[in-house]
Design a protein around this ligand. Structure first.
Ligand SMILES: NC(=O)c1ccc[n+]([C@@H]2O[C@H](COP(=O)([O-])OP(=O)(O)OC[C@H]3O[C@@H](n4cnc5c(N)ncnc54)[C@H](OP(=O)(O)O)[C@@H]3O)[C@@H](O)[C@H]2O)c1
Length: 295
């Protein structure tokens, strides 16, 4: 999902006159868990920048597939970091709000280590990936993001809309987990911005998510329930669905899932200009869906 958005952003910006030469691999061409292949490919290319948009992202699946999650999210990242250090490429890597313990309603700064304590295997594996990079002598940007949605991957927005278009008229959605929904299109633009300024900015951790209220730079997140209501409201206004379904709030304990989720997983961006607010980002994504349906 994110990899495709980044490629799209590069192509769009290229037509506006930037000059990146991009080489993109899918899993079939480059398996990140294959050290030899990762090293050989990157060694041969000697790129200036490597963007690792891979991930074992099945949060519930990771509870029973710990080894697979760690192979991709930690060991594979280590292989990439190693070779980036050797060829002096700057590494862009993505991590998650799920590395935090979920206990802080005000959210977490980039340097908040007191609250790093993942509640599930996915979060554990992503934190292990961060540490593999931080251990290396290399120029890197670890971009923590949250609640991604966009074209080309499984996400909350698409799941709700598909079900609504199939006729489901009532949805129970949790109202006690808070975060910042983020549009992959916006994150991809932010990544490009960072790549262009990689020489001026310091290696380190950056938090990139759509803001809840960029005027007050509010740190509080919204709940999945708030998000669902806004998705249906906007989708109805745009004509994607005929009627907005009923959204019923519920508590996390009513939805037993294999992986525990953090209650407050709001990442705070204290290093970069704020990204735009979530409602505008959502409208852009839904407008794209609407235009696709019309075609
Ligand atoms: N989605 C979110 O809400 C979210 C939130 C915070 C951070 N992130 C992070 O953002 C990054 C991108 O996430 P996303 O939502 O775009 O995930 P995604 O849609 O699941 O994409 C991950 C991609 O990685 C590929 N991949 C998996 N194992 C691989 C391997 N061994 N070698 C090469 N490629 C492999 C997958 O290929 P297959 O399709 O063949 O499996 C898939 O194309 C990940 O690092 C994720 O942890 C995501």
């Amino acid at each position: 999902m994110l990899g495709q958005a980044i490629l799209k952003a590069f192509n769009k910006n290229d037509s506006e006159g930037t000059s990146f030469h991009i080489i993109a691999y899918g899993r079939g061409e480059l398996d990140i868990t294959n050290k030899k292949s990762v090293h050989e490919k990157i060694q041969k290319l000697k790129p200036e920048v490597v963007i690792n948009a891979t991930g074992y992202t099945n949060v519930d699946g990771a509870e029973t597939e710990r080894e697979k999650a760690f192979a991709v999210n930690a060991e594979g990242v280590w292989y990439v970091a190693e070779i980036c250090a050797q060829v002096k490429a700057t590494l862009f890597h993505f991590s998650t709000d799920y590395i935090f313990d979920g206990k802080e309603p005000e959210g977490y700064r980039e340097d908040d280590t007191a609250h790093i304590n993942p509640l599930n295997v996915y979060g554990d594996s992503k934190r292990a990936g961060e540490l593999r990079i931080e251990n290396k002598e290399l120029n890197y940007f670890i971009i923590r993001t949250s609640w991604l949605y966009g074209a080309g991957g499984k996400n909350f927005v698409d799941t709700l809309l598909t079900r609504a278009r199939d006729g489901q008229m009532e949805f129970k959605v949790v109202n006690d987990q808070f975060g910042k929904p983020t549009y992959t299109g916006d994150l991809a633009e932010q990544v490009l911005w960072l790549i262009e300024r990689r020489g001026e900015l310091k290696s380190g951790i950056y938090h990139c998510a759509n803001e809840i209220n960029s005027i007050t730079h509010s740190v509080a997140g919204i709940s999945w329930y708030d998000f669902a209501r806004e998705i249906f409201k906007q989708a109805h206004e745009l004509g994607i669905i005929k009627k907005a379904p009923l959204v019923v709030p519920c508590a996390t304990f009513e939805f037993q899932r294999p992986a525990k989720r953090p209650q407050y997983s709001v990442i705070r961006n204290t290093k970069l200009s704020p990204m735009r607010e979530w409602k505008g980002a959502l409208r852009d994504y839904l407008t794209g869906i609407f235009l696709d349906i019309k075609r």
